[in-house]
Structure formats: structure tokens, C-alpha cells
Design a binder for this molecule. Structure first.
Ligand code: ATP
Ligand code: MG
Length: 363
């Protein structure tokens, strides 16, 4: 992938709060990229307040017609219900059928203790069903006269299969990156998280379907598969996080595990994610709009930059993705340019510039 090849167009949706700092910092620092065109697109709560629309049709149309992928900043969630407003990122996921959220949790190799085992986990969270179908109701118990609350949980073979397939595909693609960096010393592995000893029908279906993805496709012969009940998964995650590679889970377990895992590697400002579907991918830092630090040019841009790496990884640009991850690691290890959340006093733009400087010229 060199400058002679056609440039890829990436949609940038800064949206709200520090999203408006970390995304523009990246595009201005990277404006001479030989490989990418950026187009900036509107969405967000602030855009809603100005125009009455949180996700303009034009943004959707241009994403679908002009862009290979997109990078989303962050969206403010008003603490009270605002008439006519609903989250643009949720709408994007639905509109573009972005059915999994992948969240890599990676520690930086310590210079002080080279023997410390690195954490490098990719959590794959199903993004469309489970308890998130939000079908709740309340009844009154006849005997006691007291309230009873209920929630339906949906697990489908369709959603579990495509989520499982994504897990095995990502295990293979991570393996490729590591081999190219000669970092690889163990086989790729997928850990299936469930609670099918209790929820044998719903979690049972998830487990069985994800297992079937590997069992029915020899392409995944080189990927190991194991299972963890969700409770013991949490225990092992905190005891021995370095043993995990790809972890795949239904929506709610995936949510809980990935927040816990993020706590293992430091600031919210360094954890990226990507919303992925068959036809599109939207990189998105895990953090929110951070109103407490917005407008001060001190937000950590690393979560957004790593999200850009994820985007490229999913577009099969593995060399470019590794270059970004390595540049981030170099800056973190050197420790000269760090934002305040990591104990430094550099600005968003300074950290971004430092990272882009570490990229090879052809990137
Ligand atoms: P939102 O409702 O948009 O999620 P929030 O108030 O929950 O906003 P978060 O963005 O989730 O804020 O951030 C939680 C905490 O982490 C805040 O104190 C914030 O300053 C800090 N934080 C989040 N992202 C970053 C970042 N990129 N760099 C530095 N600190 C961050
Ligand atoms: Mg938040």
C-alpha cells in the first residue's frame, strides 16, 4: 500500500467535547498523508442543539457513498431526557449494521521490568441483542401485592454466528500482525464467555454457535478455542490477564468485562474500540466527551489514534495499523510527550504530533 495506490477516504466525525479536539488534532497532524483523504462530517449533541438533528442524513449518505470507514470522536449524553434527541452513535450502529464492538486492551511493555508479561487482549462484544433489546415490563405479584420486574433476553444463532466468525477472523489477523513483527510465541486463541451452566438455552445457544464456527471451518484449525464461565472469566482476567488473546462474549458480559479490562492498562484515554459490520467500520475511542477537561487541549489523543489503527486493521492495512500501534508505544515508552492523565503536561496536539513523527514516511 503505497502512495501510488488510490487514496482511501476516511470520514471524521468529531461530534462533541474532547472528540472535537482529539480527531482534528489527528487530521491536522496527518494532513500530508500519502494514503488517506479525510472528510469532516457533522453529528452529535451540540449539532442537535444547533440544528435539531443529531445525525444528519448528509453524514450518513457521505459515509455510505464516499468513505471506506470512519472515525467517531465522542458524544455528550445529556443527563436528562431531551425531547427529539437520541444518540447518533447508536443510530450509526443501527444504520450501518455495525454488529460487533471490538475493544483491544493492551499494556505497554515496561522498560523497567522487561520480564513483566504484556497484556494484549481483544474483546469482541456482540452489539445488537442480549438484554440490550430493552424489553422490560413490570407486573404485580398476586400473592404479595409487590412489584415484579422482568426483562427479555434475546440470543440468536444469526447474531452469535457472525460475532463468532468475527472473533476467529480477528484471531487470524492478529496472528498475522504478530508474525510480521516476529512477536509471536504462542498460537492464536479464542475464549468464549458464557454462563450456560445456568442459562442453558440462551447462553447455551451462544456457546454452541460460536463453537460451531470453528468446528465447521478448517480455516480456523490454527486457532485454539477455550470457554470460560463469565464469573471465572473475571477472576482470571484480574489474576492472569496475559493468558488471553481474543475474548468473545454476548453484549452484557462483553460490556462488563471490557470496562474491567480497561482498568488493567491505565487511563480511559488510551483505550480504543471499533464498531464493525460487514460493509463498514467506525473507530471510536472508549472514552466519552469528558466535559470536565473539554476545551483545554489536554485530552489524551491515544484512544482516538489507536481507534484509527483498528480502522486500518479492519480495512486489511495491517502494516499501516502496526505502524500506528508501534508509534504510540514508542511515545508512551519514551515518556517525553504525555498528557496529564498519564502524568505529563503535553497538549493533545503535541502528543499527536509526536506519534505521527514516529510513523515511517510512507505512512
Ligand atoms: P460522557 O457522558 O460523554 O461519557 P463523562 O463525564 O462520562 O462524559 P468520560 O469521557 O467518560 O466523561 O470520562 C470519564 C473521566 O475520564 C473524566 O474525568 C475524563 O476527564 C477522563 N477522560 C476521558 N477521556 C480522556 C482522555 N482522552 N484524556 C484524558 N482524560 C480522559
Ligand atoms: Mg462516560
Amino acid at each position: 500500500f503505497y502512495s501510488s495506490a488510490k487514496k482511501l477516504t476516511i470520514g471524521l466525525i468529531p461530534a462533541d467535547g474532547i472528540g472535537k479536539e482529539v480527531i482534528p488534532a489527528l487530521s491536522s497532524s496527518y494532513s500530508n498523508s500519502p494514503n488517506f483523504n479525510f472528510i469532516e462530517l457533522n453529528a452529535g449533541f451540540e449539532h442537535f442543539q444547533k440544528t435539531g438533528t443529531a445525525l444528519p442524513q448528509e453524514t450518513l449518505d457521505r459515509l455510505k457513498n464516499e468513505c471506506s470507514g470512519a472515525l467517531f470522536g465522542a458524544v455528550s449524553s445529556p443527563s436528562h431526557k431531551v425531547a427529539g434527541y437520541s444518540s447518533p452513535i447508536v443510530a450509526l450502529r443501527k444504520n450501518l449494521d455495525l454488529y460487533v464492538n471490538v475493544r483491544p486492551v493492551v499494556s505497554v511493555a515496561s522498560n523497567k521490568d522487561p520480564n513483566q508479561k504484556p497484556i494484549d487482549i481483544l474483546i469482541i462484544r456482540e452489539n445488537t441483542e442480549c438484554l440490550y433489546i430493552k424489553q422490560e415490563r413490570q407486573t404485580v405479584d398476586e400473592k404479595t401485592g409487590l412489584k415484579v420486574a422482568w426483562a427479555d433476553r434475546k440470543i440468536s444463532e444469526y447474531a452469535s454466528r457472525r460475532c463468532g466468525k468475527m472473533a476467529f477472523e480477528m484471531a487470524l489477523s492478529r496472528d498475522k500482525i504478530r508474525q510480521s513483527l516476529r512477536l509471536w510465541d504462542t498460537r492464536p486463541k479464542v475464549t468464549i464467555v458464557h454462563k450456560s451452566n445456568v442459562l442453558s438455552i440462551t447462553d447455551g445457544l451462544f456457546r454452541e454457535t460460536v463453537r460451531g464456527v470453528k468446528e465447521n471451518d478448517s480455516m480456523y484449525d490454527g486457532v485454539d478455542m477455550e470457554e470460560q464461565l463469565v464469573d471465572s472469566m473475571v477472576y482470571r482476567l484480574f489474576r492472569e490477564p496475559h493468558v488471553f488473546d481474543v475474548v468473545v462474549a454476548p453484549n452484557l458480559y462483553g460490556d462488563i468485562i471490557s470496562d474491567g479490562a480497561a482498568a488493567l492498562v491505565g487511563s480511559l484515554g488510551v483505550v480504543p474500540s471499533a464498531n464493525i459490520g460487514d460493509n463498514f467500520v467506525v473507530g471510536e475511542p472508549v472514552h466519552g466527551s469528558a466535559p470536565d477537561i473539554a476545551g483545554q487541549n489536554k485530552a489524551n489523543p491515544i484512544a482516538a489514534i489507536r481507534s484509527a489503527g483498528l480502522l486500518l486493521e479492519h480495512l486489511q492495512l495491517h502494516t499501516q495499523a502496526s505502524a500506528i500501534y508501534n508509534a504510540v508505544d514508542d511515545v508512551l515508552k519514551t515518556g517525553t510527550f504525555l498528557t496529564p492523565d498519564l502524568g505529563g503536561n503535553s497538549t493533545t496536539q503535541q502528543v499527536t504530533d509526536a506519534i505521527i513523527k514516529y510513523l515511517p514516511d510512507s505512512h
